[in-house]
Design a protein around this ligand. Structure first.
Ligand SMILES: Cc1cc2nc3c(=O)[nH]c(=O)nc-3n(C[C@H](O)[C@H](O)[C@H](O)COP(=O)(O)O)c2cc1C
Length: 161
């Protein structure tokens, strides 16, 4: 028998995660659909694949799954305000001025992010109330710095032992 919703939420709170923003330009290119996610992970080395999960009923879902490419920006520790901005309701309509276009693909990226990843959409797997979006990495760059992390409903950063 499956566990209760409360029990499931406790697992979510215990799982610390890096905070990213996934984003696409809408079909007319006039606006950006973007949302904060903690589900981004690298998936496969060869070919280079990454993935994240997105809920079906979110306002950005349609744009995200219809787009043939997407950008992922792994936020740096000083970008909490961006995580909060893109976790707010209305993920289908974001300000394009918060983003810079990719170098290889027409995808929205965040300047100053710890990593910028440009992906073509490789696979979409529906699973429960989320879809798993798999991307083939066409271009990427990283910069030194500390990550923005999320744990127990709070933002923080990394401190090694
Ligand atoms: C730290 C954090 C991590 C999140 N991770 C995800 C995620 O992995 N997948 C997802 O679909 N939503 C995730 N969300 C929620 C979305 O950011 C949020 O629901 C969405 O942007 C709200 O837009 P909407 O109401 O317009 O759909 C996360 C939120 C926060 C604060």
């Amino acid at each position: 028998m499956p566990i209760s919703g409360q029990n499931y939420r406790e697992i979510g709170r215990a799982a610390a995660g890096a905070v990213s923003v996934v984003a696409v330009y809408t079909a007319d290119g006039a606006s950006v659909a973007a949302l904060t996610v903690s589900s981004f992970v690298t998936l496969s080395f060869d070919p280079p694949l990454v993935m994240f999960a997105i809920q079906h009923n979110g306002s950005g879902f349609r744009s995200m799954v219809e787009s043939r490419s997407f950008g992922v920006s792994l936020l740096a520790s000083d970008q909490k305000h961006l995580a909060e901005r893109f976790a707010a309701r209305g993920s289908a309509q974001r300000e394009p001025r918060d983003f810079v276009p990719g170098e290889s693909l027409q995808v929205p990226l965040i300047a100053g992010a710890l990593a910028q990843v440009e992906c073509s959409t490789h696979q979409l797997v529906m699973s429960g109330d989320h879809a798993i979006v798999v991307g083939l990495v066409e271009a990427a760059r990283t910069r030194p710095g500390l990550p923005l992390l999320y744990f127990d409903r709070q933002y923080g950063s990394f401190a090694g032992f």
